[in-house]
Design a protein around this ligand. Structure first.
Ligand code: SAM
Length: 271
């Protein structure tokens, strides 16, 4: 279905060299860059993927950003989870439509947005975050994405409940389907995760160092052996390739390491 670009939408403009510019379409406004300018009114009514020209004749492709493209450009308060890892997390944590997912912390909201889409209109994401400054950045990123990016899937996204709290001090929810922890000392939250997560539920922790993963697995084995079973520890390596004439090869640069994905399943105590 063709849905024309309207005022107030966030769109990306791609130039010939692949450079990307993000703009909020506003009637009467002008976009300026090194190769000329373009009045926003020219964008209103166009379809996604249209081509326009600046007043200097530079070609610009007009696209609605994907979530991955939006995350790359959005404001970062904290370190975020990279889209390559978010993709794997959605599958390993088995985030399904209708699920109630608890995450800590919200950071810049990158994972939160993917979760909100994946749980769908009948699901919910409950985010614990102890830093109000990060919460403000995350809220703004999430509101812009679901409010101004027409391809965000607003009508199909889940409900977001934010708790400005330290997750190490407790979790008030019960019968949660999935818990995702992206914080420094996840083992400090295990007691509360145990109380909040339903039997059969999944705990997924994301940490950059193997010492954190080791400590987490030790603590699970020592104190929660009767409640949790580790089902996987992974890292995701994604290497881009490029084609330049007859040179077809991996890109020179890659993000070599981001974080480990640690997954455990909760089960009922033995009768
Ligand atoms: C690496 S960032 C999370 C990034 C986020 N997953 C994203 O993709 O944008 C870690 C966040 O956890 C928060 N945090 C750390 N310890 C916490 C705790 N005990 N309770 C709640 N939030 C916590 C930090 O303030 C920070 O915002």
């Amino acid at each position: 279905m063709v849905v024309p670009i309207t005022e107030g939408e966030l769109v990306h403009l791609l130039d010939r060299r692949g450079r990307r510019y993000q703009i909020l379409v506003k009637a009467g406004a002008t976009f300026r860059f090194s190769r000329g300018s373009l009045v926003h009114d020219e964008l209103i009514g166009l379809e996604d993927g249209s081509v326009v020209k600046s007043d200097h004749g530079e070609r610009l492709i007009v696209i609605r950003p994907t979530l991955e493209e939006y995350i790359a450009k959005m404001r970062k308060g904290s370190q975020i989870i990279y889209p390559k890892d978010i993709a794997a997390i959605l599958m390993f944590a088995d985030i399904y439509p209708g699920a109630r997912v608890l995450e800590a912390g919200i950071g810049s909201g990158a994972l939160t947005m993917a979760l909100l889409r994946a749980v769908g209109p009948h699901g919910a994401v409950i985010s614990y975050e102890r830093r109000p400054d990060f919460l403000a950045v995350a809220r703004s990123n999430i509101e812009t994405f679901f409010g101004a990016v027409a391809s965000a899937g607003t009508e199909g996204s889940g409900k977001l409940i934010v708790r400005e709290k330290d997750v190490y001090e407790g979790i008030e929810e019960r019968d949660i389907d999935r818990v995702l922890l992206d914080l420094q000392e996840p083992w400090k939250a295990l007691k509360h995760v145990d109380a909040a997560l339903r039997n059969g539920g999944i705990l997924l922790c994301y940490n950059p160092t193997v010492l954190q993963i080791f400590k987490l697995s030790k603590r699970l084995a020592l104190q929660f052996e009767e409640r949790f079973s580790v089902t996987g520890i992974y890292e995701v390596a994604l290497r881009g390739w490029e084609i330049k004439g007859r040179s077809i090869r991996p890109e020179n640069r890659m993000v070599a390491h981001t974080g480990f994905i640690f997954i455990a399943r909760k089960f009922a105590p033995t009768a």
